[in-house]
Design a protein around this ligand. Structure first.
Ligand SMILES: Nc1nc2c(c(=O)[nH]1)N[C@H]1C(S)=C(S)[C@@H](COP(=O)(O)OP(=O)(O)OC[C@H]3O[C@@H](n4cnc5c(=O)[nH]c(N)nc54)[C@H](O)[C@@H]3O)O[C@H]1N2
Ligand SMILES: Nc1nc2c(c(=O)[nH]1)N[C@H]1C(S)=C(S)[C@@H](COP(=O)(O)OP(=O)(O)OC[C@H]3O[C@@H](n4cnc5c(=O)[nH]c(N)nc54)[C@H](O)[C@@H]3O)O[C@H]1N2
Ligand code: SF4
Ligand SMILES: [Mo]
Length: 694
């Protein structure tokens, strides 16, 4: 046996970024497990995390910088040195700046604990145009959270699953669309007798573990929520003292929900009125130790903002804010009496220009919506965007309608993808810059908020296998070529770490023992009756001043979702426990477990269409169609069909997944511009398809 070392780092197989311990022998990764020092993790990782070894030793990923050598998307590339590729980028950027100003440069990334690097990079170039993926994920939830609590988003709460008595999940498939720590905590709670209520249009693994499962009509959770609030207020089942003390707008809420009875909700959702009443009474008995999880999936209809808002309101009515077993306000370093990390952008002058969607007409609540970035690229309004970096982000695979997107992206003078895989966006770019993998690089230090805030470090475990670079170096080199090296003066990751940690009392060596540094000895709890929220009133605003000011209502009348015509179905989607979005389908292990997706269809509907389990069926929407195997099952609502997202790869260099399965995004034609009008989230679920035997 060679020399074995152990490195604490962070998994990179999905955006959850679980803490890991990596075992390295003679420079080769032999073993990856969950960081045993992390109490919630207890050494576990998921299948995708374990398959990190297969990802690392795969050669079907970018191995050197590549510059397009043909039409966009033609798939013909020139191998380039880093100097050539970065010179090419710098030259284009300088041209763009000369013609349109620095604000014509945009970047989007996956968000998370390391965005200080990308936002500071843009600041150094003089652009305000930073975006993340959230319009396609949980933007409506974030905006709902902001409207009630004044918080930035859902991340300002953590959930105390371990101590809760009742968890209510709305299309939040926790056991497949997973986060390892959350799964462990929920299983612990269930072991201790907590109840689980789950609503989905389909019976998932999570449904199989639930005490109550509602197979609900697509798009109707809002009806259930309005009826729950109705019962809870009418029967005075809420935490009266907390609500009176901490909220504004209760009277308005009461009169708004009055017509939304359980009997009415039954007609909308298909869930019996008595079940809704029972749920309301049951959770109220368990309050405040209950968690209504605001989920993500509710983010994908046109009523999702108000639906998510209703879920937060239910939490508040339970008085579960800042209580054990409820929603805990996430604490940052300052709450622990500690100095936060220095921002890499702290010494860079502020950018004068406003982000491109700040002055758009008909825009949703807040700014930084990536769909608005697309609008600006398309129309040049309110000003032109001509250069776009997609860093750790694959919009062509994750926003609707790839073909419509490509037309928009053709307006760019420069499109750069910085990725560890060949992504769909990379394949359409002018330049692909390969980042070193999460096992081959270190990141800037990140802050993780929670009841015990901490600083976290992703640390290089092995040398890069190919001619790749870590993001911090890529952005430093571009800044240098753009004449902004005074703002990015770093020569090594240690330079960056030392600068970030200055004055915090934490040193680089402090991460050696367990990979992170906790900033508080014990969980920080505040007195829930003394909480000051970041809303204009300092209270939880059922009637939101900020919404009113932006011209939006605080309560939205229910509108029934469209019912598909005969022979048509609403296309819904979600994850598998063994894949990450569109990035893992070519992984040699994960591909073996799940090489392609199938189409779930209700057995009665299938029978009418003459479709048997395992038949090949044709799925079509507005001019696009494809074939896929049918999974005929009683466990999906008859109005919906379902497929796992992320398949149908069209990049020949990924040979194992090439043309396997179908991409849900391709059916979502016209949805690039269909969003929740207030939250701004993409209304992916407004997609209808026809099915026939193939
Ligand atoms: N139709 C449809 N659309 C969807 C969804 C759906 O289910 N159906 N899901 C939505 C949701 S919830 C989300 S969050 C988004 C996700 O959409 P994205 O954020 O685009 O997806 P990811 O797979 O997280 O990763 C994006 C890219 O990052 C790359 N990457 C991974 N690790 C690294 C790294 O260490 N460095 C670099 N530079 N790149 C890396 C991956 O190879 C991938 O190309 O998609 C959304 N869009
Ligand atoms: N294995 C794995 N885990 C992941 C990820 C991954 O890629 N792979 N990605 C992570 C990310 S970025 C996210 S956002 C989360 C997503 O976590 P979730 O939102 O929990 O996951 P999804 O699988 O996208 O969707 C959950 C369910 O929504 C249901 N659904 C669809 N439409 C409707 C509807 O109208 N009403 C109701 N009631 N249900 C509906 C689908 O049937 C599906 O089972 O997962 C995270 N965890
Ligand atoms: S959930 Fe799995 S893939 Fe995602 S970071 Fe954790 S171990 Fe890695
Ligand atoms: Mo997501």
């Amino acid at each position: 046996m060679g020399k074995v070392s152990s490195v604490y780092s962070m998994c990179g197989m999905c955006a959850v970024r679980c803490p890991i311990r990596v075992e390295v022998e003679d420079g080769v990764v032999r073993w990856i497990e969950g960081n045993p020092h992390e109490p919630g993790l207890r050494g576990s990782i998921c299948a995708k995390g374990s398959a990190g070894v297969a990802f690392e030793y795969d050669s079907e990923r970018p191995q050197y910088p590549m510059i397009r050598d043909g039409e966009r998307g033609s798939g013909t590339w020139k191998k380039a040195t880093w100097d050539e590729a970065l010179d090419y980028i710098a030259e284009k950027l300088k041209d763009v700046i000369k013609k349109y100003g620095s604000k014509a440069i945009a970047l989007s990334d996956r968000s998370g604990p390391f965005t200080d690097l990308t936002t500071s990079f843009l600041k150094a170039l003089g652009s305000p145009n930073y975006f993340n993926h959230d319009d396609t994920c949980a933007k409506n939830v974030d905006m709902a959270c902001r409207s009630l609590f004044g918080f930035k988003g859902r991340g300002d709460f953590s959930y105390d699953f371990t101590n809760t008595k009742h968890i209510i999940l709305y299309a939040r498939n926790v056991f497949e669309s997973l986060q390892v720590k959350e799964v462990n905590n929920i299983l612990d709670a269930l072991d201790k007798g907590a109840k689980l209520t789950y609503m989905d249009c389909r019976a998932t693994v999570t449904a199989s573990k639930a005490d109550r499962f509602f197979m609900i009509r697509p798009g109707t959770t809002y009806a259930i929520n309005l009826a729950l609030i109705n019962v809870i207020l009418k029967e005075r089942l809420y935490d009266i003292d907390f609500v009176n003390r901490m909220t504004t707008g209760l009277t308005e809420l009461e009169s708004f929900v009055a017509p939304y009875t359980p009997e009415w909700a039954e007609k909308e959702s298909g869930i019996p009125a008595q079940e809704i009443i029972n749920l309301a009474r049951d959770v109220s008995n368990d309050k405040p130790k209950v968690i209504f999880h605001p989920g993500w999936m509710l983010s994908r209809h046109t009523n999702s903002f108000y639906d998510s808002r209703a879920i937060y309101i239910l939490n508040v009515l339970m008085g579960n804010i800042e209580t054990k077993g409820g929603l805990i306000v996430a604490k940052g370093p300052a709450d622990a009496g500690r100095k936060p990390l220095n921002s890499l952008g702290a010494k860079i002058p502020d950018v004068k220009d406003k982000i491109v969607d700040a002055e758009m007409k008909d825009k949703p609540f807040g700014t930084g919506h990536v769909v608005n970035l697309y609008k600006a690229i398309k129309t040049g309004e309110p000003y032109s965007i001509k250069a776009y970096f997609a860093y750790r982000y694959d919009p062509i695979a994750s926003l609707p309608d790839p073909e419509a997107q490509k037309k928009v992206l053709n307006n760019l003078d420069l499109l750069v993808s910085i990725d560890v895989n060949y992504s769909q966006t990379g394949w359409y770019s002018d330049v692909i810059l390969p980042e070193s993998t999460y096992l081959e690089r270190s990141n800037i230090i990140g802050t993780v908020k929670g009841s015990k805030p901490s600083f976290v470090m992703r640390r290089q475990a092995i040398a890069p296998r190919f001619d790749s670079k870590p993001a911090w170096e890529i952005f430093t080199l571009i800044a240098e070529k753009m004449g902004a090296s005074q703002y990015f003066p770093y020569k090594s990751i240690e330079d960056i770490w030392n600068y970030q940690l200055e004055g915090t009392g934490v040193k680089i060596e402090d991460f050696n023992a367990r990979g992170s540094v906790s900033l508080a000895k014990d969980p920080i709890f505040k007195d829930r009756n003394e909480l000051k929220f970041k809303t204009p009133s300092g209270k939880i605003e059922f009637v939101s001043q900020e919404l009113t000011k932006s011209g939006f209502e605080s309560f939205k009348q229910y509108e029934a979702p469209l019912k598909p015509e005969k022979g048509k179905f609403r296309l819904i989607f979600g994850r598998s426990a063994v894949h990450t979005h569109a990035q893992s389908q070519n992984n040699i292990y994960l591909n073996e477990i799940m090489p392609e997706n199938v189409l779930w269809i209700n057995e009665k509907e299938a029978k009418d269409l003459g479709i048997n389990d395992g038949d090949i069926v044709e799925v079509s929407s507005d001019g696009f169609s494809g074939t896929i195997k049918a999974k005929v099952t009683p466990y999906i609502h008859p109005e919906a069909v379902f497929m796992v997202h992320g398949f149908g790869n069209e990049i020949p260099l990924k040979t194992r997944s090439y043309k396997k399965g179908l991409s849900d995004n391709k059916f979502q034609i016209g949805l690039l511009e269909k969003t929740d009008p207030v939250g701004g989230g993409v209304a992916f679920n407004e997609c209808f398809v026809s099915i026939k035997k193939g």
